[in-house]
Design a protein around this ligand. Structure first.
Ligand SMILES: C[S@@+](CC[C@H](N)C(=O)[O-])C[C@H]1O[C@@H](n2cnc3c(N)ncnc32)[C@H](O)[C@@H]1O
Length: 301
């Protein structure tokens, strides 16, 4: 006889328990959807996994078996859902941000890493792979959580990586995520780096602040919780900081080195012009996984 799926393995099923995973999960999805959270199902699952200390596949299994949260776990889960329904970012609730192969420490005061930046890193990694450098030297300007620098340090073989971040609130996260990987962290203005680094880099990657002052983000998670310093690029077009970063990148690169910078989709042409004005050649635009033009690269002559 086939076993009753609700009684196989794990904690005994509590039948109609008020804390059943399936029921709380369903209620959670409805609660977050009502609060217009963009991805209610994914967020509910990640919060449940966070509370239970398990992976998503295991959560599915426990749900299928009809298992329940303990009363303590259910209370914690419901508190987190209530906080998420006020549009506190998921990453601030769990203290974790996922980026490529890494789980990074994030929280209030630091920009939460985004999937589109993963594609920006890929442009840099592809360049390094083509160049077959034995010991590539890379720098991440405007590092925030250190997502880009940490990805380069773990994915570019034998690389030496620098991370540069100005914010006093973010720098603790940069250090926590990067220093264990051997990344050299500089707490300073990325547009004004020591002359000793000039002409020494093979690759400069940056996701600087680039939002114009009149383009305040609609999502409360971004508008109210990402640091202002991480969002707004200053100047009417939001490109004052990207312009300074582009000039710095040109100073840092050795001839033939590559600069890749993230920007908004609507800044595609202005970003290319910025790189041209700074003297870059072989300028190319790159898309993220959804096909949006989200970064531009150029080579130092
Ligand atoms: C859009 S966030 C990007 C963070 C991270 N690189 C990422 O992709 O997730 C921009 C970061 O630049 C930092 N920043 C702003 N102006 C800076 C400057 N002049 N020098 C260094 N960092 C700066 C902000 O504090 C913020 O952490």
């Amino acid at each position: 006889m086939a076993p009753d799926i609700s009684t196989v393995g794990g904690a005994p099923s509590q039948g109609a328990s008020a804390f059943q995973i399936a029921a709380l999960r369903r209620a959670g999805i409805a609660q977050l959807a009502a609060a217009s959270v963009p991805s209610p199902m994914a967020d509910v699952d990640l919060l449940a996994c966070f509370v239970l200390g398990i992976e998503r596949a295991e959560l599915k299994l426990r749900e299928l078996r009809g298992e329940s949260f303990s009363a303590f776990e259910a209370a914690k889960f419901n508190d987190l859902l209530a906080a998420r329904a006020t549009r506190i970012p998921l990453q601030h609730l769990t203290g974790q941000g996922y980026f490529r192969y890494l789980t990074l420490k994030v929280g209030p005061g630091v920009f939460s890493p985004r999937p589109e930046t993963e594609s920006v890193v890929q442009v840099g990694l592809d360049f390094l792979a083509e160049q077959r450098l034995e010991n590539p030297r890379c720098v991440d300007l405007c590092s925030g959580s250190g997502a880009i620098a940490a990805a380069l340090a773990t994915e570019a073989k034998n690389s030496t990586v620098w991370a540069v971040e100005l914010s006093d609130d973010a720098i603790g996260y940069t250090r926590a995520n990067c220093e264990p990987l051997g990344v050299k962290v500089l707490h300073q203005d990325a547009a004004d780096l020591p002359a000793a680094l000039e002409g020494t880099m093979d690759l400069v990657v940056s996701n600087p602040p680039y939002i114009p002052p009149n383009a305040v983000p609609r999502e409360p998670e971004v508008r109210e919780h990402d640091p202002q310093m991480a969002l707004y690029g200053l100047g009417e077009d939001g490109l004052q900081i990207p312009r300074a970063i582009t000039a710095q990148a040109m100073r840092l690169l050795r001839p033939g080195g590559l600069f890749v910078m993230e920007h908004a989709e609507v800044q595609e042409h202005s970003a290319a012009q910025l790189l041209r004005d700074a003297g870059f050649i072989s300028i190319a635009g790159h898309q993220d996984l959804t096909g949006r033009a989200r970064s531009t690269s150029g080579m130092a002559p």
